[in-house]
Design a protein around this ligand. Structure first.
Ligand code: ADE
Length: 433
């Protein structure tokens, strides 16, 4: 791709377009960017390029003659079918990714004409210009910034200019969607964490998560773009249904926190546990189906300082019991082993209130558990769950826990005692680079 830019400020434009990625691509011969001084083509001694407008009015207009002479010097043999002369003008069609792709695919050579002052003589446009392009509905003092934007957007699509084709597939505007959010080190910055799914290395899950984010943020940030997007794949349709379902869920708009529970929290805790009991029953999970865990258990948890409640504003949204006491049943793990023998915390009981299901509070609750484990001076968390409790297993996996083997716990008579064992080793605080 060769781009010639007709301008009164070739040094400024050259300086910008010969830096960084485009500069390197030009050195490799993948693109050629050439700025031409329009003033060098005037036929008057004063090298005047503009004059007063006929009919009066404010400012000056660039004359057709130097523009035409400049263009002819760039195209001494005339214009071939794969060459396009473009005038940068607020009156043109608004530039977008689709136009960048079209220019890159349909032409080998672009000549970008930068106007200044009050515009250019209309007869040059009629005589020589194939197309007018604007970079937005505002007026700049000249076309240079617009020409630089167009040059950059077109050149980066030329194969080899970016290191990998994926650099531009998947990015904003590629398929009429915005790009998914990106994160880099550290994992936690200003108390904001990188989404767990990106840390787990499951490429299929990451791909799906990113696609959902693309759909979600295009809908939220650019409804104009989204209205033109036509989802056809089964995956997009299903992700859109998920997004729609998410949007009907209660939103966590108030501050989230957790603290040790006290006796006054017991009614809230029992209500949440009662809902969890029913929910497990509906999912045919033979867990919490007797009197366990009842008031006596929570009272003891609270006495030992091991029961915590999660708050959304002033409301209790969930609870968990995290103990530093060893769990005897855990030594009998079969079909695998724990990740580490170092002292651990054991997550015994946790549940989320009915109205908070599906709000994302569970992920927050898991983070509180990790924080509390660290406050207990440990970095090893163990827990177990019923083999049919898929919701808990998914939550554990999504929160970075891994399946370690099977357990038999001392459960109530007549109830299934087999459990799956999970654990997570917390990372040391990321070292500062
Ligand atoms: N020249 C002045 N304003 C412009 C704009 N918005 N787009 C392209 N060229 C311009």
């Amino acid at each position: 791709m060769r781009i010639d830019i007709m301008t009164l400020f070739p040094d400024t434009v050259n300086a910008v377009l010969h830096e960084s990625i485009l500069g390197r691509a030009a050195k490799k011969g993948l693109i050629e960017i050439n700025c031409v001084q329009i003033r060098d083509f005037t036929d008057n001694r004063q090298k005047q390029v503009d004059d007063y407008p006929y009919g009066g009015g404010w400012g000056c207009v660039m004359m057709a003659q130097p523009l035409k002479a400049c263009l002819e010097s760039i195209l001494p043999d005339g214009k071939g079918p794969r060459t396009r002369v473009i005038y940068m003008s607020p009156q043109g069609r608004t530039f977008d990714q689709e136009t960048a792709r079209r220019l890159k695919n349909d032409y080998d050579r672009l000549i970008l004409v930068c106007g200044h002052y009050e515009g250019i003589d209309e007869r040059f446009i009629e005589e020589c210009v194939d197309e007018e392009i604007s970079i937005g509905d505002y007026v700049l003092t000249g076309g240079e910034i617009a020409a630089m934007a167009v040059t950059d957007a077109v050149c980066r699509l030329v194969p080899g200019v970016l290191s990998d084709e994926q650099c531009y597939t998947g990015e904003s505007h590629w398929e009429g969607l915005l790009e998914y959010p990106q994160y880099t080190r550290p994992e936690v910055w200003e108390n904001r964490e990188v989404p767990e799914v990106l840390l787990q290395g499951d490429h299929e899950k990451i791909r799906k998560w990113r696609r959902k984010k693309q759909l979600e943020r295009t809908m939220a940030k650019r409804p104009d773009l989204f209205s033109r997007f036509d989802p056809v794949s089964e995956e997009d349709l299903s992700l859109l249904r998920e997004i729609e379902k998410d949007s009907r869920r209660m939103k966590l708009t108030l501050p989230l926190s957790y603290r040790p529970a006290d006796a006054e929290d017991i009614p809230d805790i029992l209500e949440i546990a009662e809902y969890a009991r029913k929910d497990l029953k509906n999912h045919r999970v033979d867990q919490w189906q007797g009197p366990y865990p009842g008031r006596d258990i929570f009272e003891k948890d609270i006495e030992r300082g091991e029961c915590f409640i999660v708050k959304h504003g002033d409301e209790t949204a969930g609870f968990f019991t995290l103990s530093v006491k060893e769990e005897e049943d855990y030594s009998g793990i079969t079909d695998g082993k724990w990740s580490s023998d170092e002292p651990c915390c054991v997550l015994h009981r946790s549940a989320v209130a009915e109205k908070y299901r599906g709000t994302g509070i569970s992920a927050f609750l898991m983070k509180c558990i990790e924080q509390q484990c660290a406050l207990f001076g440990r970095r090893n968390i163990r827990t177990d769950t019923h083999r049919k409790n898929k919701a808990m297993q998914n939550l554990l996996r999504e929160s970075g826990f891994s399946f370690r083997g099977n357990l038999t716990v001392s459960s109530e008579e007549g109830h299934d005692p087999s459990r799956q064992a999970f654990d997570k080793l917390l990372k040391q605080q990321e070292e500062k680079r």
